[in-house]
Write a protein that binds this ligand. Structure first.
Ligand code: GLN
Length: 537
């Protein structure tokens, strides 16, 4: 394969401008022209990975097939490109320093003073080139977290400077900035963009392409003005308007020719046009639904937009497949109790109980599940959501009033959910859960078999506790069946109820695998069940 091209995506002026979506959209466009692409995120914080971060800090933690706990932008990369990412696709400052310090202790730098330049920057460069060196990719897109000018971003910007210098046209720098609209003046303002580019220039980096995030169209002459002040071609100034949905952005970037500009800058052939037919079909179905359902997402982080990102996006994919608008109503688990549960959940066509950790909001989740089970409302439990379904069944059907998970009550008389054997000796909290992809064998006489249409699946995990097999026979006797099992360790992976239209709990996280090209079958079927429930009301 020819030399891999390295594309850097940096951000200036403000955070949250959508670097992740721009990176994922560019990847989609290059892919649609027949190139192979991977995307990587470099995060300037000192945590070794985001696995120990509270969702309040950093939104959802996304888990890759190889069990890396990563930034939620990797979810966008996979959802857009349909190519799995791995540990190499997310690197933090903490990981960079950890590697360099371990090498120093081993004596690998014997005699040298270990410094940010060249040792830290060399390690950053190595982390970037690892992906290119696989020989699998025409393009490696590297998104640098944070905003230009941040102290912690400096070693990354310096690495970009070195790589651009060393690799010339095999490297291309995209800078995403904000062009604000001042309503008092009635004008779009380019000065913040000029200043942001100046800050980059102080670090020796000249952007090749500037993507301008804006609420209004850039009027005539504005691109030329930005081009003049920032030393770029006018064709390299790309407008990025606010979109109706993130899934519209690849089409907007195609219309602005972002991909063609990247190909020109990196001296790559541009004869073909991107083939986005399937993507357009998806978007059309998403935006032209023929029916509508409301699904309750019961969790404890409902005030946070990004806490259940992958679940929300999985519903978007399932919505397009079913041509049905899915309204996801966030239900705060701490506010649900036996008295108000009917009122809170009455209007819903389906109930999903979210993953999570710790005691807060548990009783509300259990109450919501009882309501869904007794009233035959489609129910989907994911990870902690499945564990709560087991607790609920133990308490209210088997009559084990104090049944619980030992995560919430270590002394419970009925530990229906208990710590996995392999977890008992583990002390540290970073990267020590059961993480990543594990096989699961599905019982052919089950609803999930009909949904997956296969008895061998692989799904991603992130948990420490599991169904306690000592109770398995009793649960099955009363109608909660284990229909999916890990064949190597005998762990319960999927439970379902027979006398219920749709009641499924999974120990794994299907939401990490749903993409535009391959919506997850469990979400697709759950939405279909919600549609059936809705039509019966
Ligand atoms: N807290 C539970 C466990 O560790 C569930 C984790 C989750 O929902 N991701 O097993």
């Amino acid at each position: 394969m020819a030399q891999t091209k390295y594309i850097f995506v940096l951000g200036g002026v403000a955070s949250s401008l959508g670097k992740g979506i721009i990176s994922a959209s560019l990847a989609k466009l290059l892919q649609a022209r027949g190139f192979s692409v991977t995307i990587q995120k470099l995060d300037p914080y000192i945590n070794v990975d985001p696995g120990t971060l509270n969702p309040y800090e950093h939104g959802e933690c996304y888990v890759t097939e190889d069990g890396a706990e990563t930034d939620l932008d990797l979810g966008h990369y996979e959802r857009f490109s349909n190519v799995p990412t791995s540990q190499s696709n997310n690197v933090t400052t903490g990981r960079i320093y950890q590697t360099v310090i371990e090498k120093e202790r081993k004596g690998d730098y014997l005699g040298q003073t270990v410094q940010v330049i060249p040792h830290i920057t060399d390690e950053i460069k190595r982390s970037i080139k690892i992906l290119g060196n696989t020989g699998k990719y025409d393009f490696v897109i590297t998104e640098i977290g944070g905003t230009v000018g941040d102290i912690e971003s400096l070693p990354y910007i310096e690495t970009v400077r070195q790589m651009r210098w060393e690799m010339g046209r095999d490297c291309c720098v995209i800078h995403l900035t904000l062009v604000p609209f001042l309503s008092a003046a009635g004008e779009l303002k380019t000065k913040p963009t000029q200043h942001s580019v100046k800050t980059l220039l102080e670090s020796g980096v000249q952007p090749d392409i500037i993507v301008c995030r804006t609420e209004h169209p850039l009027y005539d002459g504005l691109k030329e003005k930005i081009a003049l002040f920032c030393n770029v071609d006018a064709s390299s100034v790309i407008e990025s308007r606010d979109a109706r949905t993130i899934y519209q952005v690849p089409l907007m970037m195609r219309d602005e020719a972002l991909d063609a500009e990247v190909l020109r800058k990196t001296r790559m052939p541009i004869e073909t046009a991107p083939d986005l037919k399937k993507w357009e079909e998806f978007l059309y179905k998403l935006e032209n639904p023929t029916s509508e359902v409301t699904i309750g997402l019961v969790g404890k982080y409902v005030e946070l937009k990004d806490a259940y990102k992958s679940i929300n996006e999985s519903f978007v994919h399932a919505s397009a497949t079913n041509e049905c608008k899915v309204n996801v109503k966030l239900v705060h688990s701490e506010e649900v109790n036996r008295k108000n549960v009917a009122k809170k959940l009455d209007e819903l066509d389906g109930i999903l109980v979210a993953p999570g950790f710790g005691e807060r909001g548990i009783e509300g989740k259990i109450e919501a599940i009882r309501y869904a089970r007794e009233n035959k409302i489609p129910f989907f439990g994911i990870c902690l959501g499945m564990q709560c379904a087991v607790i609920e069944f133990g308490r209210n059907v088997l009559g084990y009033k104090s049944a619980h998970s030992t995560e919430m009550n270590p002394d419970t008389k009925y530990p229906v959910i208990d710590l996995m054997e392999e977890q008992k000796k583990i002390k540290g909290l970073g990267g020590t859960m059961r993480l990543g992809v594990y096989p699961c064998t599905i019982n052919k006489k089950s609803k999930v078999y009909d949904i997956y249409q296969t008895s061998h699946i692989q799904e991603r995990h992130r948990h420490r506790f599991e169904f306690n097999n000592e109770y398995l026979n009793q649960f099955e006797e009363y109608g909660m069946r284990c229909v999916g099992i890990n064949p190597n360790e005998n762990l319960v992976e999927i439970i379902e109820l027979d006398d219920h239209p749709w009641f499924i709990g999974v120990q794994f996280h299907p939401e990490y695998r749903s993409t535009v090209a391959a919506p997850h079958p469990l979400f697709v079927d759950f939405v279909a069940a919600a549609m059936t429930h809705h039509s019966k009301k």
